[in-house]
Structures are given as structure tokens and as C-alpha cells.
Design a protein around this ligand. Structure first.
Ligand code: ADP
Ligand code: MG
Length: 246
């Protein structure tokens, strides 16, 4: 089946062909039996269009920008590659190795869906929310919370530098605020945009020499998303499902 038939449009070099069955994905990317069983137990017979195109791209380790309407199956499209990579690189990173950043609590709480069955003790999820008090205060603390999560890898032997991402983020954050103060006298209570907070986390990762595989999934492709992508992703494969801006 062609991309056209799936209503999937792709831009970018090296985009893999869509894969239309979980069996083929399993064989091509050496997915574990358990992972495939878990997918089957959800009652999913075949990948949805966004999954058919995004799964091979993410399993190959490519950066992706995916726009697909609500209800099209984005969760598994990024969740399965995350769980697969976690299981594969067990030795490299012993504890926390994936971070999902979501702009709302409701979305963030969905990360629990990724907790796989039958892999007890190997993969777990932990959701940190930005703040529990006042809204502004909560948002301000967002970057801290995110990096607290990243920093949960306290295992000295892991050697991946993740524990220090927390310190880095806080220093990047502080510097930015100080720089901005000169220009526009940023009010302490003024909230930072989600994009701004993401870029702080990214900058901290870069400074630490941590090079995560990045992927952005959204229901909409706005100019803001596009700008953020230009600044933070390098030649991502763009996968657009359905019509533009829906
Ligand atoms: P999105 O994040 O794009 O809004 P979800 O990931 O929440 O979409 O999935 C929407 C619904 O479709 C969920 O109920 C999910 O269980 C179901 N679903 C996802 N992938 C498949 C699939 N391959 N086959 C059948 N149902 C699926
Ligand atoms: Mg979703």
C-alpha cells in the first residue's frame, strides 16, 4: 500500500517505507516477542497509518516530526520505539532513559500507558507534573521537574552523565532569565512558553553531551511548532497524516 493510500505525506531524506504489519516490524527491527505480545493483547491487528510510517522511522533512530489528528494512534507510534530502545540498551543506561515532555497534565498522565506487561522491573514510568500550587508557579517549576525526572538516574556506574542534566538545566535556565531581564525585564511570575522550556531542557542535554533521539508528535502543525522544530531538530523526517493543520 502506498503512502497516498494511507494519507501519509513524508518529507526528508532516508524516510523508510511504511510498514503495514506488526510481524514485519518485529522481524525487521528485532522486536521482542513480549513487546509484540503486548501490542496484540491491546487488540491492535495492524499499525494505523501514522504508526505504519513513524514506527520504522523511529526504530531506525531517526528524528521525526509527526503531525496526525487526535485519535490516530500517536501514543503507540512513539511508545513502542521507546520501550524497544529501553529494553535493548539495558546496559548502557541503567535507569531513566526516556523523557516524555507534554504541555498539559492530561497528556502527561498518559505516559502510564507505556508501562509494558510482562517486563516487570524492567520498564517503569513516572510522571512529574509542573507544580501543584498556583499555575504560574507551577509552570515556572516545569523545567526543574522535568530535569528532576531526568536526574533520577542516580546510578554512578551508568556513566551517562544524566544526573548532572538537572544542574545544567537549572544553570541554563538561570542564565536565560538573567539575560532576558536586561531586555524585557521579565516578571518572575510571567510564565515561560512550553517551547521555551523545552529548549532549556534540550540545551542542558547538549551541554552535557547527552544526545537523545528526539521526536515531536502533535495533532497540529502550527507556525510555532514549525519554528521550534527548526531550532531544535536537525533534518527531521516530517510525517504528516491526513490533511494539513487538522
Ligand atoms: P492519539 O494520541 O493520536 O490521539 P491514541 O494513541 O490515543 O491517539 O489512540 C487512539 C485510540 O486508538 C486508542 O483507543 C488506541 O487504543 C487505539 N489504537 C491505537 N493504535 C491502534 C491500532 N494499531 N489498531 C487499533 N486501535 C488502535
Ligand atoms: Mg495522544
Amino acid at each position: 500500500m502506498t503512502r497516498r493510500a494511507l494519507h501519509v505525506r513524508v518529507k526528508g531524506h532516508d524516510a523508510p517505507d511504511p510498514v503495514l504489519s506488526f510481524e514485519t516490524l518485529g522481524e525487521t527491527f528485532n522486536l521482542s516477542e513480549q513487546l509484540l505480545k503486548n501490542v496484540a493483547s491491546l487488540g491492535f491487528k495492524r499499525p494505523s497509518p501514522v504508526q505504519a510510517q513513524s514506527l520504522p522511522a523511529m526504530l531506525k533512530g531517526l528524528e521525526v516530526l509527526v503531525a496526525a489528528p487526535t485519535g490516530t494512534g500517536k501514543t503507540l507510534a512513539f511508545g513502542l520505539p521507546i520501550v524497544h530502545h529501553l529494553a535493548k540498551d539495558k546496559k548502557k543506561y541503567k535507569r531513566l532513559r526516556a523523557v516524555l515532555l507534554a504541555p498539559t497534565r492530561e497528556l502527561a498522565s498518559q505516559s502510564g500507558e507505556l508501562r509494558p506487561e510482562g517486563e516487570a522491573g524492567q520498564v517503569d514510568t513516572n510522571t512529574k507534573r509542573a507544580g501543584g500550587g498556583k499555575k504560574e508557579k507551577g509552570r515556572k517549576r516545569f523545567a526543574e521537574n522535568v530535569t528532576n525526572t531526568v536526574a533520577e538516574n542516580k546510578d554512578e556506574q551508568s556513566g551517562d552523565g544524566l544526573p548532572r542534566v538537572e544542574d545544567e538545566t537549572q544553570s541554563v535556565w538561570k542564565n536565560r532569565k538573567q539575560n532576558e531581564c536586561g531586555k524585557e525585564r521579565r516578571n518572575e511570575r510571567q510564565r515561560a512558553s512550553f517551547a521555551e522550556q523545552l529548549s532549556v531542557v534540550m540545551a542542558a542535554c547538549t551541554k552535557m553531551g547527552v544526545q537523545p533521539q528526539k521526536a515531536l508528535f502533535s495533532a497540529t502543525l502550527t507556525a510555532k511548532v514549525d519554528n521550534w522544530v527548526k531550532e531544535n531538530l536537525t533534518n527531521p523526517i516530517r510525517i504528516i497524516v491526513g490533511t494539513k493543520n487538522t
